[in-house]
Design a protein around this ligand. Sequence first.
Ligand code: C2E
Ligand code: CA
Ligand code: CA
Length: 609
Amino acid sequence: MPESLDLVVTSVATQLMGATSATAKDVCQNVLADLVAYFGVDVSFLRRNDHTIRASVLVAEWPVRPGIPDPDPLAVVYFTDADPVFAMAEHQKEPVVFRPEPATDDYQRTINEGRQVAATSMACVPLLSGEVTSGVLGFVKFGDRNWTDAELNALKAIASLLAQVQARVDAEEQLRYLADHDDLTGLYNRRALLNHLDVRLADGQPGPVSALFFDLDRLKAINDYLGHTAGDWFIRVLAERLRRSADGPTVIARLGGDEFVVVPATPMDAEAAEALAVRLQAALRERVAIDGEMLTRTVSIGVALGMPGHDSTSDLLRRADQAVLTAKNSGGNQVAVFTDDMSLENEFRNDIELHLQTVVESGALLLHYLPEVDMRTGDIVAMEALVRWQHPTRGLLTPDSFIGVAESINMAGELGRWVLRTACAEFAAWRSRGHGKESVVRINVSPVQLVTEGFVESVKGAMADNGLPPGSVCLEITETVVVQDIETTRITLDGLKEAGVLVAIDDFGTGYSALSQLKSLPVDTLKIDRSFVRELGSDPGDLAIVRAIIALAEAFGLELVAEGVETRAAALTLLRHGCHRAQGFLLSRPIAAGPMESLLAKGRIDVDF
Ligand code: C2E
Ligand code: CA
Ligand code: CA
């Protein structure tokens, strides 16, 4: 126990020096205990002022009251309905001493509620941070006590030390808040989310833990056209909606940009998580007013589950991320739940994307050909060029696995040009050797290619460079494209017709093209989609559709080709109803260029239906 006031102050300073936000409360309590002993009082307390809610909040007390009620009436005392003693602490600037006799009744009741105590004396010393009263250090003596000026000066010094500690702790907590929160929205940030998931996924915690990954569709347009302030405002509104709509305790984090993650506090299965996602999706879809305009943005949501003790935080977030990618890739405004297939699919996609960049230069592309046969005679009337990719590690890839990726990375044009030039060159080479002079090469064109500037010119060029005559090249376009942008398509198709290029509508029957449109377009051939052909001979519904298509082709004077003939039954049905041309595994598989030339040399395949 220090003997002089100076030593008391020094001792308090030493104790407070090492206090952090974690230890401050205990350190303060120890300090109060020392002060109670030194000054010979009965009670000491330290309270801080929360000016935002206008209240005095208990930080520490000594001795700790036995049997503190819950809730503790002294924990938070609002100034407006507080006793005068407390109320005074809101803006108090100088120490105040209360002594027993006449004026003591009020505060006596406050401190000793219900207890019968003799007259009490009290000293209240404000904690000051600049102009602001940040709290109060108080001493109570049951009975009378005189406080000397020297003592009060020492208390002022101690109060100032305590005020400093408090400021330091506040700053530390503010820093921690900032480190854990996103400053635009006040939601948790990535760091806090990772910490939270680490805790939730620890062995022995209840599971499954679900994560909902939100990605706004096309937020960029708002930033681009209305400016970043509008974009920020939009994000803030959505964050607030998420906060309001997520019932129950839920961790909501913004990962930056337009990405949010919601982690419900209670374990839930995939179905419950999906239902929650659908509900939140609807809440976010409501309109937002910005600069007098009403804007809406849809959102894609990926849902994934993690099992505590089994999955890591990064496992869970990676899955949620993949699910949201799937949701986005299938057009956005969707909820997708992670499945194991997705991770394979995604890995594959990344790998494809990586290698595809150089696929044209690397010489890894080649063409296979699918013969088209007149089923009455077996004559080879055409062949469809089908692109293949000799992938360095994955073997020979078919187009379904990479055309979509090529389109998404703007490589469809380059790839399409390669196919066009190569098919023309190979076909011309066969013809120069006298093979396939009566037949047609059919080349698939992706939708992007068709609307690319200079497309007609590039087709003309490829034919001219290889000396291919009009009527020997046919482009296959899908029905969906035709319907989507009929005017652009018409201009392109007119140009192609003029250049002597044939046009077929691929996968016919799947795209709902209007008959009137079809009639007005310069199209030569319809290819009946293989989904209608496969079950021909067993499915009467398919037969009805195929017969309708056949009638249509006849009415418009179009050539007709059935795709995907796999069975004798299908072939016979088609023949019986007047569709003679076909391709499919029953007739031939796709074959390499060499065998295709040999087949053309032979001119026909054997048919015996
Ligand atoms: P598609 O235009 O419908 O081409 C026919 C596809 O059906 C080929 O698949 C072919 O192998 C397959 N096939 C042929 N006969 C049968 C059969 O009897 N049964 C079944 N189940 N399938 C049969 P492939 O080569 O995998 O091509 C898939 C799709 O990729 C093509 O469908 C086409 O849309 C696209 N594609 C192919 N080559 C190119 C290209 O050079 N450029 C573009 N843009 N797309 C291409
Ligand atoms: Ca085709
Ligand atoms: Ca097709």
